[in-house]
Design a protein around this ligand. Sequence first.
Ligand code: GLC
Ligand code: CA
Length: 567
Amino acid sequence: MQRKWWHDKVAYQIYPKSFMDSNGDGIGDLRGIISKLDYLQELGVDIIWLSPIYQSPFVDQGYDISDYYKIAEEFGSMEEFDELLEETKRRGMYVLMDLVVNHCSDQHEWFRKALADPDGEYADYFYFVKGKDGKAPSNYRSYFGGSAWEPVPGTDMYYLHMFAKEQPDLNWENPKLRKEIYRMINWWLEKGLAGFRIDAIINVKKDTAFPSFEPDGPDGLATCVKMVEEVDGVGEILEDMKKNTFEKYDAFTVAEVFNMKEDELREFVGENGHFSTMFDFSAQTLTEGEHGWYDSRPLVFREWRDIIFASQKEMEGIGFKANIIENHDEPRGASRFLPEYAQNEEGKKTIAVTSTLLRGIPFIYQGQEIGMENCRRNSISEYNDISTIDQYQEALRAGCTEEEALEYCYKYSRDNARTPMQWNDDVNGGFTKGRPWLAMNPDYTRINVEEQEKREDSVLSCYKKVIALRKAPEYREAFTYGRFLPDYEDHDYIFAYHRKIEGTDQDILIAANYGKESDTITLQEGTEGTVRKVLLSTSGREEEISGEMAGENAVTLGSCEAVVILL
Ligand code: GLC
Ligand code: CA
């Protein structure tokens, strides 16, 4: 495998609106991010992904861009952005921006021009399609609920929006549109960006016949995902984009891809794939309901472990996935994946170790490193997120009570991950001197950076240790290129795997117990003369475990305890 500059890096996602506010308007900003670069460096982060910071009406929190060449006023200026690039470069760090090109904002100049002249050149930047019998061209339900078609005023046409109606889809069949997008991407890369996180990209390919599908809900609509799954040819677009942009800059790209065809993995993220990597969402989609949050299934430990393992094995010989436990669209990983008895620092440290050392590129989401948790709200009016409001209504329509519907929001809302970063236990967690745009999770008095920085045994300290271990010169090779070999799969609550370089004797075992009770794993007979070494223990029991191994050739792990052993 050809080595790439990003293979051994650790990435961190910043949700700018909620990271750090420097001027007291309650909204995080670029200056705030700059002020925290030392913090990120100390954590061991190499690559920073910024969720959208472009000019936007923020209907979908910046994923609706009205000018791709401007920084949103709320976040600062282009000068400040350049300063951020400079400051990251000085620290040997890289910056990724979010690339949102499946759609733009209805306030974008292109869309305004299209509406002003629905038969003109700019209408062809979008999907303006004639309705059928006075109705929308097809029965697609958008990702955020309701029809994916909106009438074009004064015409018999509709425009397509797979997300909110304020996010019209761009027409990638139009060579002019492609050229405009490529010019924009290259403009940012020329500025010194290391690459992009690529939003919702599978959706760029449409079946322009827009066939209707069998309705799959009481609204008589069919999810627009169906069209995405049925249509072929997305690869042509993705390859064209890569050739005209990323490839020329050796840029790093990480794609958000759901609903890819199974046999396309190599084409997407193989050695010469469309992207450098893509997120592994297998654990996030595992318990997904058929209709919405209200019919999600509970998480079963074994299923969770097995699906992560399957995804790891699938990538062998192909490339790397980007590993996450959460992001700005998902609930907090600690709240979602840890059993109730493990929703504490021990559980959070355990998940830190087992996820960070997987094969692939770890992406840590802001606040994950201190174990931030989901946030309970008392009423739907306290939520901001567009999809939460839709899912709440969806639950009510399905017959849930308001309490039940709110409980689903507590479990799954995207706002869970969007509450502001908790820096200390001062007013508003040190995030802002003003009023935060989205109310803080009140647990900031207990869970915050400042408190955890003081403690060796905190979640934050654990992330620092495990990242440092991953990057330590002696082990970097194994943690980057070593194979992923699962072990102890017959134990009910053990999550264990080796990272091993073939042809060398370096074999590192990562073993964790997610159970309520302790469990003992027997180690394979060591080669004579080799001395095993405990590289990390989430409970600070390095010495004790060393002794245990020497005597018994076994290790007993307590409830929610992880250990990393050089065998
Ligand atoms: C992606 C983003 C999400 C956004 C959607 C539409 O899924 O991560 O936040 O709402 O695309 O752009
Ligand atoms: Ca601000």
